[in-house]
Ligand binder design. Structure first.
Ligand code: ADP
Ligand code: MG
Length: 373
């Protein structure tokens, strides 16, 4: 007799095979919000969704003030009406594959204010407004529970860190021991493709309650850094990692999966004249690491011999989880405000490079190691 669970697993496995080796890009355009330019007016939106009468399409067009149109297609495009749940439905199988032993990375890319944190974290305590991190954990806990009937036991460890100016900061370090200078947080990879970061706090999690308190601790730690370090949160990458180990009692089968959920630093460019000193250094570090991420993803997609993982802390940290048979998804988050059009165009172009699907631009021309915009 075929168990229902077996069938489900097989079905998932097939879907996962289809996803294998692919880098996917989803575009999410947030709604205009109170306080935004153009909110509640009849002004036509600077973003349009051709050939899509439904919530979810694949095309998006950006219209500049002179009327110039720029068309893009992505694996999926979520318009302003899309709710957190609608987004999660589209990624739940990818999340599930971490339980099957895959290494998964999901990034949110976009300018500050475009909805990256809303997408990745949302409001973890609100059922409707929860983002990818809380929903993923809930799903993983549920699935791991139901796999117990087949002899599976899972152990999960969470960590959360921030990369600011190419330096790692532990967001779960006990608050009485927050010391940003003395610890090195050295990243090491072993031959089995496992990554360790020295001194990084790892927390065993089994319930949503534990995760919730961990997220609170991290956001407090981020807030502390923010006053101390000049709005650090939008200037740093935030990496949530869940390491999953499963052992089947009856078959001795083992699986080791990793789920990385990454809220990237704001991709906005600073006007050259306006930035100097620390701010300039900060922007250069962000530009460098976002460009490096793009380069790494492109090199993987083009199956190049040399993948330049070592060019930034972020790509080095994630090296074993990018490429190989790992799975990568990037959200490009877009603000619908007219004043953001030029930043939005940059973000869409970056994402199109990653996806190699800007209409009319052949893949071959997207290989150059240019800055990310
Ligand atoms: P970022 O992290 O990219 O800087 P945020 O996620 O903080 O941007 O979003 C900026 C603001 O817009 C926040 O107040 C957030 O709650 C709101 N917001 C973002 N995306 C959406 C959305 N899809 N629906 C409703 N509000 C959103
Ligand atoms: Mg944010």
């Amino acid at each position: 007799r075929v168990h229902e669970g077996d069938q489900l697993r097989r079905k998932l496995h097939n879907t996962i095979l289809e996803l294998k080796g692919n880098i996917r890009v989803f575009c999410r355009v947030r709604p205009l919000l109170p306080g935004d330019e153009g909110y509640n007016t009849e002004e036509p939106s600077v973003l349009q969704y051709p050939n899509s009468t439904e919530l979810l399409g694949r095309g998006v067009e950006l219209i500049q003030s002179q009327g110039q149109k720029h068309a893009f297609t992505f694996d999926k495009v979520f318009g302003p009406e899309a709710q957190q749940e609608d987004v999660f439905v589209e990624i739940s199988q990818l999340i599930q594959s971490a339980l099957d032993g895959y290494k998964v990375c999901i990034f949110a890319y976009g300018q500050t204010g475009s909805g990256k944190t809303h997408t990745m974290l949302g409001n973890p305590d609100d059922l409707h407004q929860r983002g990818v991190i809380p929903r993923s954990l809930e799903q993983i806990f549920k699935s791991s529970q139901s796999l117990r009937a087949q002899g599976w036991n899972f152990q999960m460890q969470a960590s959360m860190l921030e990369i600011y100016n190419e330096t790692i900061r532990d967001l779960l370090a006990p608050s009485n021991k927050v010391d940003m200078t003395s610890k090195q947080y050295l990243v090491k990879h072993d031959n089995n493709g496992n990554t360790s970061v020295s001194d990084l706090t790892l927390i065993e999690v089994t319930t949503w309650k534990e995760v919730s308190s961990l997220l609170h601790r991290a956001s407090q730690s981020r807030a502390v850094g923010k006053t101390a370090m000049n709005e650090q949160s939008s200037r740093s990458h935030c990496v949530f990692t869940l390491r999953i180990s499963g052992l089947n009692e009856s078959t001795d089968q083992e699986v080791h999966g990793v789920l990385n959920l990454i809220d990237l630093a704001g991709s906005e460019r600073l006007s050259r004249s306006g930035s100097s000193g620390d701010r300039l250094k900060e922007t250069q570090a962000i530009n460098k690491s976002l460009a490096s991420l793009g380069d790494v993803i492109l090199a993987i997609a083009n199956r190049e011999q040399h993948i330049p993982y070592r060019n930034s802390k972020l790509t080095y940290l994630l090296q074993p989880c990018l490429g190989g048979d790992s799975k990568t998804l990037m959200f490009v988050n877009i603000s619908p405000e007219a004043k953001s059009v030029s930043e939005s165009l940059c973000s869409l172009r970056f994402a199109a490079k990653v996806n190699a699907c800007e209409i009319g631009v052949p893949r071959r021309n997207t290989q150059s190691r240019l800055a990310y915009c």
